[in-house]
Structures are given as C-alpha cells and as structure tokens.
Ligand binder design. Structure first.
Ligand code: SAH
Length: 238
C-alpha cells in the first residue's frame, strides 16, 4: 500500500514526504507557475503533485540543472522524460480524484508514474526495456513512491489480470488505439494516448461508454514510439 500523500488525501495514511534536502524547490515552483499554471493547467491537485515530485531525481546527474526546463530530456537509450507541461496536461485530462487504479504504459524514468502516484490510489506501470524498468523501480522505491508497481514487458498488451483500470496513460506514440488497452478500461474510464506518425502526434482522450469509445483530439506533441504487438513494429520505424 502507498505510504500516502498530501494530494490524494482521501486514501492516504501519512503524507508523502519528499526526501529531505531534495533541492531545486525554487526551480520547481517556477516551473509550476510559468510552464503550467500560466499555460492553463487548472487542476489544483496536478499542480500540487508537480510542485512536490523531485523531477531532478529522475534525470541523469549531469542533466539535473536542466531538470525543470521547459523541454523533454534524454534519459539514455534514446528514451526521454516528457516535458513538464505534457506530464501535467495528460495527468489533468484523466480528471483523477484520488481513488483510482491507473495503468501507465512507458515507465521510462518513472517521473510520470510518481506524479500519478500522488493523484490516485495505485499506479501500475509497464516498461518494455528491462534496464529502464529496473532503474525506475529502484528510484521510485528510494524516493518512497510506494504505490507505484513497475512491470517489465510489452505494455500494448496491458495487464489483463489487474483490469479494469479507471484510467490509462500511454507515454509513447501509438499508430492507433491499442485494442487490449481499450478492453481493459472500465466503464466510464478515460485513456490519454499520443496517436500519429513517428515525427508528430496528437494527444487523444478516450472515454468508455459501454462498448463505445468516444475520442477527442487534444494538443499536438512528440513522443518516442510505442513498440510492440499493438504498437509500431521495428521494421515500420525509421
Ligand atoms: N513516462 C516516462 C517517459 C516515457 S518515454 C517518464 O516519465 O520518464 C517512453 C517509454 O516507453 C520509453 O521508456 C520506452 O522504452 C517505453 N516503451 C515503448 N514501447 C513500449 C511498450 N510496448 N511497452 C512498454 N513500454 C514501452
């Protein structure tokens, strides 16, 4: 069970405590004000979560001074940690209240999962690269994000044994909506996923109504490809 947090107080036992001396507090506050609030992120819980999670702990040491910049950053192996605004926008689009069980595809550094963990009850996250899954798990444990569960494997298949999910966040670009993820969304549940070709995508918000899936196109974005059985095949990519 999660150690809990201040943002999702409904279920929490004790508040999530960022590590002492975690640093960069001024940069984090500035990021929330200038990159998020001023650009229209209104969800107070998302703003608070992002003012708590130490983003600099999720990037390679040499990139720490740039951790709060208005851009995605490389985390090794050609993978990236998303721009703060995109993390906030995707999290807000799911309209989380604190009770949810959420699935994330593409753990990467673990930063998005850490932000979600302060907004919901449980986060299940899947990473296809075992070395990234391992380092994200270690990092999340050290930082005390106890309600994040990291799985290694092809996230386009979802996690059937734990479905249905109240919300699903896909943090890599898909060619189309992955069928298993639609099936694993609970009635009324929401999924946010970047859809489009390799160079350029749009975020798509999907809401389940029975066997119907209503989709709404949101802002443009650029993610690394979602590779896998219901994603891109290696031979389809440049
Ligand atoms: N959410 C991350 C950033 C994700 S980058 C963060 O906050 O740092 C996209 C990630 O998706 C990469 O780590 C990549 O390895 C992973 N990925 C790509 N295809 C995948 C798949 N089919 N299943 C799980 N992870 C996948």
């Amino acid at each position: 069970m999660p150690r809990g947090c201040r943002v999702a107080d409904i279920n929490s036992k004790t508040p999530y405590e960022p590590p002492p001396e975690s640093g960069y507090a001024a940069e984090r506050k500035n990021m929330v004000e200038t990159q998020l609030r001023k650009r229209g992120i209104r969800d107070a819980r998302v703003l608070e979560a992002m003012s708590i999670v130490p983003r600099h702990e999720f990037v390679p040491p040499q990139l720490r001074p740039a951790a709060y910049a208005d851009e995605p950053l490389g985390i090794g192996g050609g993978q990236t940690i998303s721009q703060p605004y995109i993390v906030a926008s995707m999290s807000a689009a799911l309209r989380l209240s604190g009770t949810e069980q959420v699935l994330e595809i593409g753990t990467g550094s673990g930063y998005q999962a850490a932000v979600l963990s302060l907004l919901v009850r449980e986060v299940y996250t899947i990473e296809s690269r075992p070395e990234l899954a391992k380092s994200a798990l270690e990092r999340l444990q050290v930082l005390g994000f106890d309600n994040v569960h990291v799985h290694s494997g092809d996230g386009t298949l979802g996690l059937k044994e734990l479905a249905p999910f109240d919300a699903i966040l896909v943090a890599a670009a898909a060619p189309a909506l992955p069928e298993p993820l639609l099936e694993q969304l609970r009635e009324g549940g929401r999924m946010i996923v970047p859809i489009g070709p390799e160079e350029h995508q749009h975020l798509v918000l999907v809401t389940r109504r029975g066997q119907e899936f209503l989709s709404e196109q949101r802002e443009s974005c650029r993610f690394v490809p979602l590779r896998g059985r219901h994603g891109w095949k290696d031979w389809e990519l440049l």
